[in-house]
Design a binder for this molecule. Structure first.
Ligand code: 3PG
Length: 389
């Protein structure tokens, strides 16, 4: 893969695909993690003397029509403040756009374009014709083979990886390809079904697979315990048993909590009760792991060589169910392991417990991060590889 940092971009028209898909509320960006991560790439292209064009999707609009709800204007407003050069939003760009050295032209949401999602070749060629160099930097969208992430790179004169994408691949590769052991993965979230493939693949690689949230409930049920009214998936109990058996057969472990925090209702004011994992009654719901379980996990994390974290272990949005996730966040922060965190809920927990500086690498990927952990080839990366070095 060619890296943007190796290239002479003086006077070149450089089209950078970023993942600027950030939450927006009332026209204002509410979480700027992805924007902060993209800024160094944009600044580097400016420093290298390029005429810089940036494109991204935002949300999932209907294609073929403009919808202000999905406009990149809030992102342009943010970039205008963050960069010391003119930043301009271009609505019509497919048939040619004026881009000058020293300014940044942001293309309006690429998903307004007909053919973006199905990686239409004619659209990809139009995008490619706008630039001398195409930079794929959107790690968060590298699992999508779309016109702006894949097709354009096949037709652009030069296609390369941006520093953010390259950094993500390096950090995630370090954690997954030849990790310092023990390798511990924490996979939380509400459903086994949405993370089944990642659980399956991790269970064949890691030394400890810590499950949390609704995912853990299915494993608790698989271990023969009552989970009451908790969110769990009865049809995946056999699957959970199989994952545990497979992990055990190679000397790895999927620990199940020994104590849990329960309540009778899902609400910010619900009162939390601590119980042994075998004491949950039929009308209760499990919302967090208990202190004995989080202490045991903290020990595991303390001794880890590598930690990969995706998903909270409890309903940490409500403080009374946040202690487990908080304890785990602190244990990761205190650990000497090489640690990686990724996914929207995980980053919210990292922020809430103030441990961002203590994590070795924070990924900008959600779905892309999971697909990387699954060992899947990311189409945009495969495209860059096909373009050679
Ligand atoms: C994400 O937020 O995971 C990426 O921006 C990809 O968005 P998508 O799932 O709508 O393709």
């Amino acid at each position: 893969i060619i890296n943007m940092s190796e290239l002479d971009l003086q006077g070149k028209r450089v089209l950078i695909r970023e993942d600027l898909n950030v939450p927006v509320s009332d026209g204002v960006v509410t979480s700027d993690a992805r924007l902060r991560a993209a800024l160094p790439t944009i600044k580097l292209a400016l420093e290298k003397g390029a005429a810089v064009m940036v494109m991204s999707h935002l949300g999932r609009p209907t294609e073929g029509e403009f919808n202000s709800e999905f406009s990149l204007q809030p992102v342009v407003d943010y970039l205008t403040k963050a960069l010391s050069c003119p930043v301009r939003l271009a609505g019509d760009y497919l048939d040619g756009v004026e881009a000058n050295v020293g300014e940044v032209v942001v293309f309006e949401n690429v998903r307004f374009n007909v053919g973006e999602k199905k990686n239409d070749e004619a659209l990809a060629k139009k995008l490619a014709a706008l630039c001398d160099v195409y930079v794929m930097d959107a790690f968060g969208t590298a699992h999508r083979a779309q016109a702006s992430t894949h097709g354009v790179g096949l037709h652009a004169p030069i296609a390369c990886a941006g520093p953010l994408l390259a950094g993500e691949l390096e950090a995630l590769g370090k954690a997954m390809d030849n990790p310092a052991r023990p390798l511990v993965a924490i996979v939380g979230g509400s459903k086994v079904s949405t993370k089944l493939t990642v659980l399956e693949s991790l269970s064949t690689i890691v030394d400890q697979l810590v499950v949390g949230g609704g995912i853990a409930n299915t494993f608790i049920a698989a271990a023969g315990h009552e989970v009451g009214k908790s969110l769990y998936e009865a049809d995946l109990i056999e699957e959970a048993k199989r994952l545990v058996a497979n992990a055990k057969s190679r000397g790895a472990d999927i620990p199940v909590p020994t104590d849990v925090v329960v309540a009778g209702e899902f609400s910010p004011t619900a009162s939390a009760t601590l119980k042994g994992v075998s004491e949950v009654s039929a009308d209760e719901m499990i919302f967090d792991i208990g202190p004995d379980s989080s202490q045991a996990l903290a020990e595991i994390l303390k001794n880890a060589g590598t930690i990969v974290w995706n998903g909270p272990v409890g309903v940490f949005e409500f403080d009374q169910f946040g202690e487990g996730t908080k304890r785990i966040a602190q244990a990761i922060a205190d650990s000497n392991a090489f640690s990686i965190a990724g996914g929207g809920d995980t980053l919210a927990a990292v922020d809430k417990y103030g441990i961002a500086d203590k994590i070795s690498y924070i990924s900008t990927g959600g779905g892309a991060f999971l697909e990387f952990l699954e060992g899947k080839e990311l189409p945009a990366v495969a495209m860059l590889e096909s373009r050679g070095k």
